[in-house]
Design a protein around this ligand. Structure first.
Ligand code: MLT
Length: 393
């Protein structure tokens, strides 16, 4: 069922029931705003203005709603570095997980384990501990699940993304490979941190935290939401889609898109629930690809798709947004940077998104309603009338 456009944001009619709360205001978010045409901004800054900052500066922005001065950034970076260090029991438990579990299932387990052994009960403290320890958790998931070896310890002189790349300990990577991966991951991390208050993983995490489960359990629930192929796991499917095309010829690509649509298949990486123009996060990643990997065959396919899929989709009346979204080219960049297994891409999305969700949870729990916090979520579902019955009737 398509969701009717609300005439008045605050009027819910029967036609809006069972449409996933789409477009209906249920709360406020201070960390980011998603404009259908301009795309996402964090605390008032368009995402394009933030993408070259250090990841720590952007985490600081989401938590404090203002960019740090140089001194504040140095102190915050040192604070996060001091919090690094994944508890030993979390690392050793990972090695007992089934290798054929999806990396997102590993991430959900890892977050739950972190909560078991390290929660303090203070929302902000736990949020900072979580953000600081995510690089090690995510790198450990890569290493242990792939059989690359034991988890590596963080280097306390490195930042969040540099540490992640360092702790991956990628077999056979040269210095140049690591520098390229760091560049791609810094951009990926900043672009994926936050996307308004109502995306499924953010909403889920805040809902769970509203029952006063700790931030680790709340984020485990968020990551379960992100795991779905209609949400975060779309980035994994998207790379597989680009790989399947197998040509860089624009006309053949256009035909591929037409054939896929005729067979009822999805065009991965295009369209969005809220956006109605090219996602600026896609624009930034296309530009990065043009500077880093202009001749990469997969990138050329993704570039031709940017033009031809939009052309084909624009001709279909019921398609409200024919434009590329954040997933359209992210997998192509990650793959060219050495992370070729798309099964891990949603974990990388989660690595970044945890910062935004944690910041929003801190706001809902400690700032909203003059510090009283948002009450436990309890939307109303209308009961569908059933005949009155008794056991034995
Ligand atoms: C995104 O980053 O695009 C999302 O989390 C999906 C959304 O905004 O609903």
């Amino acid at each position: 069922m398509s969701t009717p456009e609300p005439k008045d944001l605050f009027t819910i009619t029967e036609a809006h029931l069972d449409t996933g709360l789409r477009g209906f205001p249920v709360g406020t978010a201070r960390t980011s705003k998603v404009d259908p045409v301009q795309g996402v901004s964090y605390c008032g800054y368009p995402i394009a203005d933030l993408v070259d900052l250090s990841p720590e500066a952007v985490v600081y922005l989401l938590l404090h709603k203002q960019l740090p001065t140089d001194d504040e950034l140095a102190a915050f970076t040192a604070d996060l570095q001091g919090r690094m260090g994944l508890p030993e029991s979390v690392k050793s438990s990972l090695s007992g997980l089934p290798r054929d579990g999806h990396p997102m299932e590993w991430l959900i387990c890892g977050l739950t384990l972190m909560g078991m052994v390290s929660k303090t009960g203070d929302w902000l403290e736990d949020a900072k501990n979580l953000v600081a320890r995510m690089p090690e958790l995510v790198a450990a998931i890569f290493r242990v699940r792939n059989g690359w070896g034991e988890p590596l310890a963080p280097d306390p002189s490195k930042g969040l993304v540099e540490n992640f790349v360092h702790m991956l300990g990628m077999p056979d990577a040269t210095e140049a490979d690591l520098a390229r991966l760091t560049q791609v991951m810094r951009t990926f991390y900043i672009l994926h941190m936050d996307h308004g208050g109502g995306n499924l993983s953010t909403f889920t995490g805040k809902a769970v935290a509203s029952g006063h489960a700790d931030i680790f359990a709340s984020l485990a629930a968020s990551m379960a939401a992100l795991y779905g192929p209609l949400h975060g796991r779309a980035n994994q499917d998207c790379l597989e889609f680009v790989r399947t095309i197998g040509t860089q010829d624009p006309d053949q690509i256009e035909q591929f898109v037409r054939d896929a649509l005729a067979s009822g298949n999805k065009i991965y990486g295009f369209g969005h629930a809220v956006l109605r123009a090219e996602d600026p996060r896609a624009t930034i990643q296309y530009a990065l690809g043009q500077s880093l990997i202009p001749d990469d065959p997969l990138f050329k396919t993704a570039l031709a798709l940017r033009e031809r899929a939009v052309k084909v989709l624009s001709g279909i009346e019921k398609v409200s947004n024919p434009y590329p979204n954040v997933d359209a080219v992210s997998g192509t960049l990650l793959s060219a940077a050495g992370l070729t297994d798309s099964n891990y891409y949603t974990v990388l999305f989660g690595f970044a998104r945890v910062s935004g969700i944690a910041a929003q949870i801190v706001d809902e729990r400690t700032v909203a309603r003059n510090g009283k916090g948002v009450p436990i979520y309890r939307p109303k579902f209308l009961a569908v009338d059933q005949p009155a019955r008794r056991i034995g009737d």
